[in-house]
Design a protein around this ligand. Sequence first.
Ligand code: COA
Length: 376
Amino acid sequence: MTKPEVHKGLAGVLADVTAVSKVMPETNSLTYRGYPVQDLADQCSFEEVAYLLLEGELPTRKQLNAFKKAEVAERGISRALVRVIEEFPRKAHPMDAIRTAVSFMGMEDPEGQDTSLEATRRKALRLYAKIPTAIAAIARIRKGQRPIRPKAELGFSENIFHMFFGKVPEKQIVKAFDASMTLYAEHSFNASTFTARTVTSTQADLHAAITAGIGALKGPLHGGANEAVMHMLKEVGTPAKARGWIDDKLEHRALVMGFGHRVYRTGDSRVPTMAKYRDQVAKLRDGGTWLEISAILAEEMLAKKNIHPNLDFPAGPAYYMMGFEIDFFTPLFVASRITGWSAHVLEQMQDNRLIRPLSQYVGEAERPVTPIRSRG
Ligand code: COA
């Protein structure tokens, strides 16, 4: 008998087909439903991209208006959820808080137990609309501030700034944030999406799948890297220290956050676009230091390890300069990725087969159970 091959980390395994997005490592490119992600980020609003992911096509103006109207109508979170958030430990990580909030929303949802395609589509819209409100409430409540209600006349990204800070910044800052939402929205069978699909494959509901997806996204090898990048840039502190800092890390074979990717080996398709928007934010927010440190780290990583930055590398400092607290970077990623997760959940539901891989057993050979009296 030939020895079965184990695919550690499922690397190289084609687990299913998908029509949501295509990652092309040969050309460092990524398309959402056929459209290059950098063009979507530059030319479309995140609302258009959310519609594209959920519905399969870019919206007409009429479709977009109806979609935005539906999103605005669902932005509010319940008094009960606000009370639950008020009870969270002040030191709780916001990713744990939003994971719990999403789970709670599942219990409140009028169609919580309905796993039909139509109900799941409606629930996906509600989560897309409510997650930013819950995240902003978590941010404010833990500082002893009152949550700010969503404003119907503001777009998706403007409204996030309004709910976090009580004001909407310059247009260029909002555009940079909106583009980051588009770039973070979807990335084929990454760990959190695959987690959400696995949960869906058991015929559990959308909130169960998304709660699990948030759990997977928290890890520093996945979404948590955008927070880790900013901690790293702050630790380095000044451009003068950057080269010595990174050389020391590489000498000790440490993992440098915001670099490397399982699929892209010669550059992440989303990085140039995000870096462009990060640089625009830096101009308006006096963030030259972060750009200088970033440039040195990227240069050293390429020269010494031939490893390229991933999306988290420019996104982390961009969010920091926009004024978000570091531990809210990954929750902001959730506010975007809910669209990709939901698209995958809907796709999984339409052609489902329980996801249940095999494992190769390497434990003890079969042996008899001895009664406790003879085990000493
Ligand atoms: N810093 C230092 N070395 C790195 C590295 C990094 N960020 N990413 C990869 N490497 C090294 C590995 O140590 C390995 O070296 P070795 O062959 O000498 O052991 C080599 O590059 C190949 O990497 P590999 O472990 O095969 O990559 P992977 O596909 O298993 O892991 C990541 C991919 C993303 C988990 C990994 O690159 C990583 O941990 N990056 C940092 C976290 C991060 O930014 N995550 C966000 C991803 S979008």
